[in-house]
Design a protein around this ligand. Sequence first.
Ligand SMILES: NC(=O)c1ccc[n+]([C@@H]2O[C@H](COP(=O)([O-])OP(=O)(O)OC[C@H]3O[C@@H](n4cnc5c(N)ncnc54)[C@H](O)[C@@H]3O)[C@@H](O)[C@H]2O)c1
Length: 334
Amino acid sequence: MVKIAIIGYGYWGKNLVRNFFSLPHCTLYTVADADPKRLQSLKSLYPGLNSTSDIESIFKNPEIDAVVIATPVFTHYTLAKKALLAGKHVLVEKPMTASVKEAEELIELAQKKSKLLMVDHTFLYTGAVERIKHMIEAGEVGKINYIDSTRINLGLFQADVNVLWDLAPHDVSICFHLTKDLPYSVQARGISHTKNGIENIAYLTLNYQTSLIAHFNCSWSSPVKIRQMLIGGDRKMILYNDMEPTEKVKVYDTGFEVNSHEDRTKIIVDYRIGDIYTPKLQTNEALTGMAGDFVNAILSETEPVSNWKIGLKVVKVLEGASVSIKAKGKEVTL
Ligand SMILES: NC(=O)c1ccc[n+]([C@@H]2O[C@H](COP(=O)([O-])OP(=O)(O)OC[C@H]3O[C@@H](n4cnc5c(N)ncnc54)[C@H](O)[C@@H]3O)[C@@H](O)[C@H]2O)c1
């Protein structure tokens, strides 16, 4: 049994508590939050569960094997570092840290202490992403030419991070999970409609040396909620609409072939518009899969799907995007 402490009982911490509470092979030992008022609602839902607002007691307790961190991004590094130094395995919420330097330091520390450091990129555990990955690996989709994602709604304006740090970790982690290619540069534009200069609308492009291009549109300022990703392969094209209750993935047997004209000055594009089908997906809660992967990775000493490598790549993209936004969309080499 892995004894777990969760730090942060806010919006996402509640979901983590619910999942770890009923997960096999682990015991939810305690829940901590700096705000004692947050822990009052925990008491009414889980009367027998320990809770504390003394965060340091978590690190000092030798009974606790692993710490799950669900606090704001700017606190991730400090809390994860304390947990690793105290010899605990760590699961940290996305994005791993607020900078590449912090992420690299945590990775080095985890390796030195032989402890697991994992990042919660929840979407990697959804039935939709699992199925799309399977189709790509089976060669059904062909060579991926583009990934184009829209993640917009009237979202909660965050005080510490811009909209890309809040929403793009989902899209960027999916992108890295689905393709083996690595971007060599990023470009981003964004705008802040608040007085604090934190962008609430942003557009991010990942540039690759291959034929792939990836683009993400993130916003907290849209009247409609859209969670949509297009994955364009040269054999099939996929529409992943996370707002659809059941038919989240649609596979289009659509494509085009470019041929050069006899006089070589023109090109001829032949289109193929075929069937559309909806694959059956696993409907298990993604967070249950993620929590189970964390516990299993500790017990079996294996690498989880949402490992620190993907966590680091996401932070590198976000850091590059922040530099690019401040330089009005300048290309930033990764
Ligand atoms: N994986 C996902 O899909 C997903 C979804 C939402 C949020 N998140 C991530 O979860 C994290 C938390 O986001 P949230 O929306 O739950 O925020 P939140 O503000 O609702 O909750 C954060 C909680 O942490 C507590 N806290 C803050 N600083 C603390 C500290 N130093 N020590 C102990 N407790 C502290 C606060 O009192 C609060 O209860 C963020 O990193 C966010 O990116 C992930």
